[in-house]
Design a protein around this ligand. Sequence first.
Ligand SMILES: Nc1ncnc2c1ncn2[C@@H]1O[C@H](COP(=O)(O)OP(=O)(O)O)[C@@H](O)[C@H]1O
Ligand SMILES: [Mg+2]
Length: 244
Amino acid sequence: MVDYDSIKSSDIMVHLKNLSMSYQRGVNALDDLSFQIKKGDFVFLTGPSGAGKTTLLRLILREVYPTRGELLVNGKNVPKIPDNKVFLFRRDIGAIFQDYKLLNKKTVFENVSFVLKVLGKPKREQRRKTFDLLRKVGIQHKLHAFPPSLSGGEQQRVAIARALVNSPALLLADEPTGNLDPDLAVEIMKLFLDINHSGTTVIVATHDRELIHMMDKRVIALERGKVVPWGYRKRVFDDLREEE
Ligand SMILES: Nc1ncnc2c1ncn2[C@@H]1O[C@H](COP(=O)(O)OP(=O)(O)O)[C@@H](O)[C@H]1O
Ligand SMILES: [Mg+2]
């Protein structure tokens, strides 16, 4: 058993031990994972489609439960958090998922400032931080627009601003650059670096190898729910190219 008290006081943001998760009996979406992510780290989670990247992020956010093993996030034993406390746990986590979950009847500004309002921040601070983030993701000109009138890439940028506005302890981003053109993807990665430098632990799930190589950060590679050495597939790919 893990000594939860020592982990609580330590510098570990995510702790997995023999963690498995299956949606259906007998098929493990995640299979016996054990690793840790330190507070302040910037980590890429990569692997082919179906490898388990999204499942791992959903486990961390307590959207789904492990079938087996230990999962601690920010000192909390995630599966054991009482249902009525989950919202508090999630307040420290900025999440950017592929279904942006924007509020369609609220403006871009309201979508992003909402969390600050819930936290009871002064109006001036709400406005300042919201404008600042909307500018950083390059969507300040759509302040008064409603999400259904925006393109996929624009909605994605609103979701990114919303996730960052509260300077969360942990940022989870699932293919955050999937709908963005390459220049903008680089801008978003710079933004993630900034927020990481100010103390947020960042976990980015992506299959974009160029992005990963450009960033030169720790990489956790998954395949069929297991951790595999990063770089292996690249070599195979390079070998194939040489034969062409
Ligand atoms: N809601 C679900 N119900 C059943 N199986 C699922 C569900 N979501 C994902 N899976 C399965 O779990 C495995 C991991 O999927 P996922 O975490 O989405 O991988 P990735 O994000 O790396 O593409 C896949 O085999 C996928 O088919
Ligand atoms: Mg996925």
